[in-house]
Design a binder for this molecule. Structure first.
Ligand code: HCB
Length: 216
């Protein structure tokens, strides 16, 4: 796969073209490219570029929406391929995953879920805008070993702490571990709120989940 193919993937996100993004994803699979490499070297640089432009006023909400839709179209093609590669592994435990209350960003969270299930975890994805208590009750219902909480906004990352409190309220701390992530979240922030783990990306989330459980 040439650099120009990765550039085309990036550009399809910047231009907000779901059909082009999906076609490039299909071609990547046909060419035998690792789907994760397509995501990390092709498509993610596109959302990063749009995010930066939005941050400094050079792009607007419709650009963000279109970039998100193009990214989703690419991931929808690559996702089954990622899952296929991780099939037939032993179950490492149940993980409850979701994007925190007030936040509807789900692309990264979904990717984390795919990689975790491809690596042998049973993932219960609660979706977006999830209240802290819902994470806790689902964790109890499925006997989760880890709760993964995503936040993409500085205004919603503060709610990640409430998930720890909600788990504590129903007696699930410290046995149920909490792993946080999302663009504004850092290891220092995770430590500050008392989370057990933090990951910068989906691959890191798998390694971190195993580390937390001592299964690394
Ligand atoms: Co959104 N948005 N957005 N957005 N958005 C961001 C996040 C900004 C950083 C853009 C900017 O200003 N530079 C910004 C947040 C600023 C801030 O708070 N500091 C922002 C804003 C402001 C907003 C709105 C408020 C805009 C508005 O309405 N005025 C609004 C908020 C809506 C809401 O949630 N209530 C909004 C809306 C949108 C959409 C709907 C248009 C769209 C989301 C579509 C969707 O998700 N279905 C969107 C998008 C696409 C973005 C950017 C461009 C990309 C996000 C993304 O998908 N990244 C983003 C800019 C950016 O992040 N660079 C921008 C790609 C994925 C793969 O990365 O970081 O999500 P990720 O996930 C990684 C990683 O963090 C980690 O692994 C993932 C996979 O590698 N990880 C975990 C994530 N969760 C984890 C959990 C774990 O346990 C472990 C690891």
């Amino acid at each position: 796969m040439t650099e120009s193919a990765f550039d085309a993937m990036m550009q399809s996100i910047v231009d907000g073209e779901p059909e082009t993004a999906a076609a490039l994803a299909r071609r990547a699979i046909a060419d035998g490219l690792d789907p994760l490499e397509a995501i990390n070297r092709g498509f993610v640089p596109g959302v990063s570029q749009v995010g930066k432009a939005f941050g400094c006023g050079d792009a607007f909400l419709p650009d963000l929406v279109l970039a998100g839709e193009a990214m989703k179209a690419a991931i929808a093609v690559l996702d089954p391929e990622l899952a296929k590669r991780g099939k037939q592994r032993q179950t490492l435990g149940n993980i409850v995953l979701g994007t925190i209350k007030g936040d509807i960003h789900d692309i990264g969270k979904t990717l984390v879920g795919t990689m975790l299930s491809a690596s042998g975890f049973e993932v219960h994805d609660l979706g977006v805008d999830v209240p802290p208590e819902r994470f806790a009750h689902k964790a109890r219902e499925v006997g989760a070993v880890i709760v993964g909480v995503s936040a993409l906004l500085t205004t919603t990352m503060v709610n990640q702490r409430s998930v720890l409190e909600a788990l504590d309220d129903i007696g699930l701390r410290p046995q149920v571990k909490v792993m946080v992530g999302g663009a504004p979240v850092t290891r220092a922030y995770a430590d500050q709120i008392g989370a057990d783990g933090y990951a910068e990306d989906a691959i890191g989330a798998v390694a971190e989940a195993k580390r937390i459980l001592g299964a690394g």
